[in-house]
Design a protein around this ligand. Structure first.
Ligand SMILES: Nc1nc2c(c(=O)[nH]1)N[C@H]1C(S)=C(S)[C@@H](COP(=O)(O)O)O[C@H]1N2
Ligand SMILES: [Mo]
Length: 243
């Protein structure tokens, strides 16, 4: 995504509008369309309402499609809000994962402690809103396992992520506990530590959601009941964004 991070109010509205059904749009016809702020507020409220419905329809047991090793996309595409030359440099020797919010144990995690947890591998499709998709393999700790280890309040509403770049995102607890939602440490046909551009040393892999909800270079995870939003979500992309 190479657009400048600040979208104009107009393109922000267009983005929100594109996530609404025709029926929802026709309800807007009573609004004074010249009053951008009102339209904006109504569209944001509808998008959050859509989030709730998508959350209710989400099945904790229904799996995203999985693929064979022969179907892996090579080379796997890179995408971020900056070009590949600007991928953050991270000092792996001093790296830790911060944990905060509604969890019993806030001790930061080292890579070796994460590697010692049970790992799962998946071959799934990453779907980007920009109009491409690619099949990749990722391996890492199921988010559910991690949340159990830190004593997370599983009744909380959201899990939020802060990244080493300016990116951030969040997901509903049901998605965080879904069996295919993993803290990925490895990728590739023969899983190896994440290369820099794919989010080393740690990224979220959540095949039940669109690409932008798969934050890379995770620096902090927090559990909260306060809506955390996200980098693209706060600019108008629908927050739930199931794939
Ligand atoms: N930290 C960070 N994570 C990010 C992004 C980003 O810009 N920064 N872009 C997102 C988007 S829009 C997509 S499609 C995927 C792309 O992942 P890939 O580079 O492995 O293809 O990363 C997501 N995670
Ligand atoms: Mo994306």
């Amino acid at each position: 995504m190479r657009q400048p991070p600040e979208l104009s109010n107009r393109s922000r509205r267009m983005l929100l509008r594109s996530g609404l059904s025709l029926g929802a749009l026709s309800m807007l016809s009573g609004c004074n369309l010249a009053d951008g702020d009102t339209v904006d507020r109504v569209l944001w409220a509808m998008s959050r309402f859509n989030d709730r419905i998508q959350g209710l329809l989400f099945s904790r047991t229904r799996l995203a499609p999985v693929y064979a090793a022969s179907q892996l996309t090579r080379p796997f595409p890179f995408n971020a809000y900056y070009p590949i030359d600007n991928v953050p440099e991270i000092d792996l020797d001093h790296w830790t994962l911060e944990v905060s919010g509604l969890v019993a144990d806030k001790t930061p995690w080292t890579l070796s402690r994460l590697r010692a947890l049970p790992q799962e591998a998946q071959i799934t499709r990453l779907i980007c809103v920009e109009g491409w998709s690619a099949i990749g393999q990722w391996r890492g700790v199921p988010m559910r396992t991690f949340l159990q280890h830190v004593g997370a309040d599983m009744t909380a509403r959201y899990v939020g992520f802060k990244c080493a770049d300016k990116y951030y995102s969040s997901m509903d607890m049901a998605t965080a506990l879904h069996p295919q939602t993993i803290l990925a440490l490895e990728t590739g046909p023969k899983p190896e530590p994440l290369p820099p551009q794919y989010g080393y040393p740690l990224r979220i892999r959540v095949p039940t959601k669109l690409g932008f909800k798969n934050p890379k270079h995770i620096a902090a995870i927090y559990v909260t009941n306060t809506y955390p939003g996200g980098y693209w979500e706060d600019q108008g992309y629908n927050w739930f964004s199931g794939s």
